[in-house]
Ligand binder design. Sequence first.
Ligand SMILES: [Zn+2]
Length: 211
Amino acid sequence: MHDFKELLDNFEAFRRETYEGNGALMPKLVEQGQDPDYFIISCIDSRSNPGTIFRAPPGTFFAHKAMGAIVRPYQKGRALSAALQFAIKYNNVSKIIVLGHTQCGAIQALVESIDDEEISSFIDVAKGGFEKAKACCADETQHDDLFRHTEEQIILQSTENLKTYPAVKEALAAGKLKIMSWLFNMEEGAIYNHDETIDDFVKISPQDSPV
Ligand SMILES: [Zn+2]
């Protein structure tokens, strides 16, 4: 059973590590302000939190979370459009990562047509990705393959939808922004990057430096 003590103990460890001693990071970031390189869009899943899996020090990235890391097409006044505007236009973020993951509850809800209007009305925009996955898995009977393809297709669809946001469109046109589509394979403990040249997801490691 997790309780608040565990959170506060870990916060205390974080505080000691980042506030105390010479070269402590947080006082510097507070004084000088933040200058993150990345904007990461990830799922709400408790196992795929980018701050945890990338062991990111404070100041590394802006974060936006949504079920399935799903990005709906641009609409003014939404949380994501304001966040992207803030990060790209006013903080010069030059790299966006759309980070999906395997065993995603949102993808399962989509594949199994969940009977919950609150959830389905958000994830329904990813149906196109599911249809594409079904088409490409037509000769495969494996349930797992369909899931995997759906996870991949929905990441790609989110990446495409991202390009409809004004701040993103403008920065891409100016050659100032790179968008990466990544899948965190939780069973394997691996990151897969969508390689546009072969239109496939390829496992990456630090040596590959895909950005
Ligand atoms: Zn998920």
